[in-house]
Design a protein around this ligand. Structure first.
Ligand code: FES
Length: 101
């Protein structure tokens, strides 16, 4: 299992390596909108991965293209549906109204 810390609530959740960040956030009982069933098309699952970026998969072309269309993107931006958790602890910041709309 890998430790996922979800801010701003500060909730700590043990997630299975290989699961998506989106699924782990939802399993932890947090709210994160997904309008495209995790296909990197809606951008609604935009989050900041603030720690543990080296332990997750890199941004792929599909995710990169969608991120380019969103407002409020930074170097820590990821689409939670495209992030595969590894074994390293990860800290994520949910953006609420700042998600990709
Ligand atoms: S759920 Fe639509 S881009 Fe992630």
């Amino acid at each position: 299992m890998t430790t996922l810390t979800i801010n701003p609530s500060g909730k700590v959740f043990e997630a299975a390596p290989g699961s998506t960040l989106l699924q782990a956030i939802l399993d932890a009982g947090e709210q994160l909108v997904s309008k495209c069933s995790g296909e990197a098309k809606c951008g609604a699952c935009h989050v900041f991965v603030t720690e543990g970026r080296k332990g997750i998969n890199r941004i792929g072309p599909l995710e990169n293209s969608k991120l380019d269309t969103l407002v409020g993107i930074g170097s820590k931006s990821r689409l939670a549906c495209q992030v595969q958790l590894g074994t390293e602890p990860v800290t994520v910041e949910l953006l609420g109204a700042l998600s990709g709309f």
